[in-house]
Design a protein around this ligand. Sequence first.
Ligand code: ADP
Ligand code: MG
Length: 217
Amino acid sequence: MIVALLNQKGGVGKTTLALSLAGAWAQQGKRVTLIDADPQGSALDWSQQRAREGWPRLFGVIGLARDTLHREAPELARDADMIVIDGPPRVAALMRSALLAADLVLIPVQPSPLDGWASAEMLALVAEARIYRPDLAARFVLNRCGARTVLARETAETLADHDPPVLAATIGQRVAFAAAAQSGRLVFELDDDTPAAREIAALADEIDRLRIGRTTR
Ligand SMILES: Nc1ncnc2c1ncn2[C@@H]1O[C@H](COP(=O)(O)OP(=O)(O)O)[C@@H](O)[C@H]1O
Ligand SMILES: [Mg+2]
């Protein structure tokens, strides 16, 4: 399956969730490759930091921030169980290419109704990609949910009838993500019995249960 974390907004958690999900699947013994499609290369930075700190390799990270991504990703997918694409902010051509490569688009958003997170532009790009890929699945994932989870639930309810739907698994505002990233690690490597680690595991499970991309492409 090819999963792309996409949102034109920066700082919503694309890189954090891409790395965490790739790590969660790799830990289950899946062959995972993460494609860093952001010209800023933050996932590549993470991977270099990990190597410098001497932590064992969990999954490969390759930089492919170019708009031929949709032609290269399926080839990479042949040798992997999961391909996770960490998407770019803004760059439209790259975003389109990532959308055409993906089986599932995950759109991380912060659970603020005032955030304008159901970006019309993002949704238009998904609709456009579906002309070529009618079976392209898309889901919102609520990230950085605060203690006021009511807000998150309200946001989820507002969008329950919408396409793309919101995943039930949500990720809280957790300092563990930044702490782990600093040393080239992932939250479950710091401690696998923390809210952050459990939330990532639940998110990975929910995505598995969608059973997307099981048919031959
Ligand atoms: N659930 C979370 N809790 C706390 N901090 C988070 C969370 N998700 C992301 N962050 C932090 O927010 C910042 C931006 O996240 P990042 O994944 O780089 O976003 P993007 O890739 O969409 O630009 C980073 O410093 C990251 O550590
Ligand atoms: Mg990023």
